[in-house]
Design a protein around this ligand. Sequence first.
Ligand SMILES: [Zn+2]
Length: 231
Amino acid sequence: MILKINIQILRIKFQKKSKLKRRNMALIKCIECGNEISNKAEVCPNCGCPVSDTVKEKNNKKKKMLIMILIPIISIIMICCLVIGASLIIKRYNTKTGYYNNLKWGITSERLEKKLKDVEKGSKDNCYIQTQSDYEGITGLSAAIFYYWDDNNKFNQVSILMTYKGTELSNKVMLEKYVSQYDDRYGEHECSNSYTYEWETSKTKIELINVTGNVVSVKIYDKNNPKEEDK
Ligand SMILES: [Zn+2]
């Protein structure tokens, strides 16, 4: 007898559920009492709380979730855009002016020292020296970089002495690589002789000299305040 009633109840419950499904109804939990109610009902039969409140709450939760997912995604996209934009601007700025690593001509030696990392004072009073291996990302290329300033403590020249000790590329190929890199950066070069390449930008002159087989010297200097040759 009890078993029969139980089966009857189960059947009714099942029918209720399938009816709900057919009418596109859903069972939702009442926000007040937690009772399961149809989303088409007006109020919760258990506590009388309006079903619209529960539906609103549910929708709000969905919106919040969506916002929580979207905010980080949008932030990441915006940061990427900013970084790419800034690097493009800096690249164009460097190309147009020819400033070495965005260091403006005319800044004081103290400013220069602050901006540079790992510099040593040169043997002469008017320069800092920096040494770098795998210079500009080229394996086997070492560079000594000299930063000079004039008698008025104004930064006006960078000299780079590059030596190549790699074995994969010949010295001739390396020279072509330097020259094409500078062509990309500063525009077509001019040649005053077979071993000197020159570029000129709005603020800067650049001279690349192939000193010997694997030694290349680059002078990058303030066009309006060229360095007096070594006294
Ligand atoms: Zn309720």
